[in-house]
Write a protein that binds this ligand. Structure first.
Ligand SMILES: [Fe+2]
Length: 183
């Protein structure tokens, strides 16, 4: 079924216990695709970066459109103890997973190990539990990419990890943040 972003937000709002029932969110995102014209009001690109554009947010979840400049990459990050779902809308992504070997629960020294790497294409969905780390890379370097994200609950404070220097730092999101992560 193809529908608007506001319809999707309403369907998410109707899940009785969204925080506990990730299976219903999974099923909803797998069976309802977004009309691409509905993305237009939320498409905003910044050179070399990705932007977060909030469609809907309440105390339970947030629905965002992320717009990725060609080749843009997120830092390695956690999700502040929240669940997240990523659904590609245009383009192609690659996701690397990490585990904490030492530290990494609070700002300070950390040792991580990469444990997996997988492509994420149109029709795929990436669902994350509350304690997982990953980074996301927009694969295409000649065109931008767009992804749809659901976070339950909305992410406030979270951690980003510098693998090379063995450290992690706290960050916090505002809905319309342009993230200053250069390719
Ligand atoms: Fe993530």
């Amino acid at each position: 079924m193809t529908e608007s972003l506001s319809d999707l937000a309403e369907r998410l709002r109707r899940i009785p216990n969204l925080l506990a029932d990730e299976g219903k969110v999974d099923a909803l995102l797998r069976t309802h695709t977004i009309d691409q014209t509905a993305l237009a009001p939320y498409v905003r690109y910044e050179d070399g970066r990705y932007t977060r554009n909030c469609v809907y947010r309440n105390g339970i979840f947030e629905l965002l459109v992320l717009c990725w400049a060609p080749g843009a990459r997120s830092p390695i990050h956690d999700h502040g103890g929240n669940r997240c779902w990523l659904v590609p809308q245009t383009g192609s992504f690659s996701i690397d997973d990490y585990t904490r070997i030492e530290g990494g629960r609070r700002p300070g020294p950390v040792r991580l190990e990469q444990c997996a790497s997988a492509p994420l294409e149109l029709g795929d969905i990436d669902a994350r539990g509350i304690d997982e780390l990953h980074d996301i890379h927009a694969v295409y370097v000649d065109r931008p990419s767009i992804s749809l994200h659901v976070y339950a609950a909305p992410i406030g404070r979270y951690l980003v990890y510098d693998w090379q220097h063995g450290s992690c730092d706290a960050r916090s999101f505002a809905a319309q943040d342009v993230l200053d992560y250069v390719i």
